[in-house]
Each structure stands twice: as C-alpha cells, then as structure tokens.
Design a binder for this molecule. Structure first.
Ligand code: HEC
Ligand code: HEC
Length: 274
C-alpha cells in the first residue's frame, strides 16, 4: 500500500511537470520560435523597444506594399482588446479581421493555417497577458491585389506528435516558426514553398540596410556541425565571428529548448538540397 501511494504520487508530480498551462506554453512560443514580436514589437537600434511589446508600428516597405504591423496588445481602442478569442484565432490562421477584411503580407498566414488548436489557444492566452499599450498605427497600403481568403475555414488542427522528431521539426520550421517563409526562394506569389523550399534569396530592407535570407537546405548549412548550427540560430554569430542581420529572429530563438532545437536541425538536414 505504501509503495502504491508513492508511485502514484510520483506519477502525478511528473505529469504536472510535463503539462504546461496555456499561458506557459504561449510564453514559451511567443518569446521563442513563434516570435510574433519580431514583426509586431517596434524595434530600436538596440532591438525591441522596452515597454512596447507587440505595440506595432514597424513598417515593411517593399515594392508591392507598404505594410504596417498593427498594435496587438489588449488596448481596447488601438489594439485587439475588444476582439474575442475566436476572432483572434481567425486573424492568425485565416487572415480574417472581425470586420471581414483580409490581412495582407508579410504576415505568414499560409503557414499559420497549420498552427495547432492547442498552440493557437496558447498564443491567444499570451496576447491577453501582455500590458496594453496605447499606440495607433497607420494603415497598410497594398499595390497588389489581396486574395479574398487564404483558403477554406481552417476548422480543427490536431497537435503534431512530439515523439516524431522529424514531423515536429517540420512543424516548428513551418507553421510555428515560419523559418520557411523567409528562407524559401521568392516566387510570383511570395515564397516558393514547393520548388524553392529553404533555398534562400529573399531580401529584406530596414535600418540594417539590406539583408538576404540564406540557403538553409543541406547545401547551405552542410558546412556546420549540429552544435555550430544551433549556435548560429540561437546567438546569431557564425563560427567566423560575423553576425546575422535582422530580421533573422535570433533573440527569440535563444529561448528555444534543447529538444525543439534538435528537431529543427533534424528537419533542416532532411530538406532536399537546393
Ligand atoms: C512577418 C511579419 C509578421 C509576423 C511574423 C506576424 N505578423 Fe501579424 N501582421 C503583420 C502585418 C504587416 C499586419 C498588417 C497587415 C495588413 O495591414 O493587412 C499584421 C496583422 C495582424 C493582425 C490584425 C490586427 C489588426 O488590428 O488589423 C493580428 C491580430 C496579427 N497580425 C497577429 C499576429 C500574431 C498573433 C502573430 C504571431 C503568431 C503575427 N501576427 C505574426 C506582420 C506580421
Ligand atoms: C523574418 C525572416 C527570417 C525568419 C523568420 C528566419 N530567418 Fe534565418 N535568416 C534570415 C536572414 C535575412 C538571414 C541572413 C542574415 C545575414 O546574412 O546577415 C538569416 C540567416 C540564417 C542562418 C545563417 C545561415 C548561414 O549560412 O550562416 C540560419 C542557419 C538561419 N537563418 C536559420 C533560420 C531558422 C532555423 C529559422 C526558424 C527558426 C529562421 N532562420 C527564421 C531571415 C529569417
């Protein structure tokens, strides 16, 4: 009897340690691989501006658009404080605002369609928890037609089993982290996720000048050991001492745990060399 109680107590303790609450999961994702703040938090020369998390205002000036990242803090007037959870989920996974308008690029809606119900709920829980910041942002201008929708309603998305490391790595690089949105080669409709998956070539203008996303298929990263590659991703410093420029989200990826990094690297190594 005594032994049985001990075993049960141990099992309960282990389950509690492994299960994250939505807000814990949301914090891990948002301060790590998901990194909405890489676009939605205004950046100064030293990185994210203090006290302005997710307050918006960053401008993406490209040929087909001048897009402005909106304020997604819980402020009722200038943020998304009045949106319901379902409305926020629809904005993230379907690119649809409560007023029916469509959210344009560079928000990677196509990939976010694959975010699991668990993870998108965790992201919403985190969004509700950040301090409300009053900050009205300008409207985006698109010099290209936006699609009427990004596809049929998303419905339910199951969790990818973490026991399958390769599938988990693919989920992290795709729907969760949108590494592939930046690192695939440019096609006529944005990144070519089929023929140019991970091949690099997209360019980004900003206060840093112009940066170009590199090839992260085995052809591009073959020169790195797993350890070196993880160090590049999480510190932004290459073995030769050169530093990765924005918008590579190094400061966020620094917070990823070891098993997620392993799965990510396993997946990148599995890509067809381009
Ligand atoms: C690559 C940059 C980028 C990333 C990453 C990104 N967004 Fe956005 N997001 C934008 C831009 C730009 C807009 C505005 C587009 C427009 O005006 O149509 C936007 C619009 C939105 C809106 C609509 C807000 C409004 O008031 O209209 C919400 C909500 C939103 N994003 C949430 C998120 C969340 C949550 C994440 C992370 C899961 C995320 N975004 C990741 C760039 C990004
Ligand atoms: C918003 C766009 C963006 C996102 C998202 C992004 N990257 Fe990058 N990444 C870049 C750019 C741009 C560079 C090149 C920076 C430079 O050369 O200064 C880069 C560089 C790299 C490098 C260095 C490669 C080399 O040859 O030295 C690696 C590795 C890398 N990214 C992996 C990733 C992974 C893995 C993810 C997802 C977790 C990711 N990136 C997400 C834009 C992005």
């Amino acid at each position: 009897m005594k032994h049985w109680i001990t075993a049960a107590a141990l099992l309960a303790a282990t389950t509690v340690a492994l299960a994250q609450t939505p807000i814990e999961r949301g914090r891990y994702l948002m301060r790590g691989i998901v990194a909405c703040g890489n676009c939605h938090t205004p950046m100064g020369p030293q990185g994210p501006l203090p006290g302005r998390e997710l307050a918006g205002g960053t401008v993406f000036d490209e040929k087909p658009f001048t897009a402005v990242a909106p304020n997604i803090t819980p402020d009722a007037e200038t943020g998304i404080g009045r949106w319901t959870d379902a409305q926020i989920v629809a904005a993230i996974r379907e690119g649809k605002r409560p007023d029916g308008t469509v959210i344009g690029p560079p928000m990677p809606i196509g990939l976010y369609r694959g975010l699991s119900d668990t993870d998108v709920a965790a992201i919403v829980a985190y969004l509700r928890s950040v301090p409300a910041v009053k900050n009205a942002t300008a409207k985006s201008v698109y010099r290209m037609p936006l699609p009427p929708a990004y596809g049929p309603p998303v419905g339910k998305v199951a969790d990818v089993p973490r026991s399958d490391n390769l599938a988990w790595g693919r989920y992290l690089a795709g729907p969760a982290g949108h590494c592939m949105e930046c690192h695939s080669s440019p096609g006529p409709q944005g990144p070519d996720l089929v023929n140019g998956l991970g091949a690099g070539g997209m360019t980004f203008n900003g206060p840093w000048g112009v940066s170009a996303a590199t090839n992260i298929t085995p052809k591009g990263i073959g020169r790195y050991s797993d350890e070196a590659l993880k160090k590049v991703i999480t510190t932004g410093v290459r073995p030769d001492g050169t530093r990765l420029k924005p918008p590579m989200g190094t400061a966020f990826y620094a917070n990823m745990n070891a098993s997620d990094l392993d799965a990510l690297v396993l997946y990148l190594r599995s890509l067809p060399p381009k």
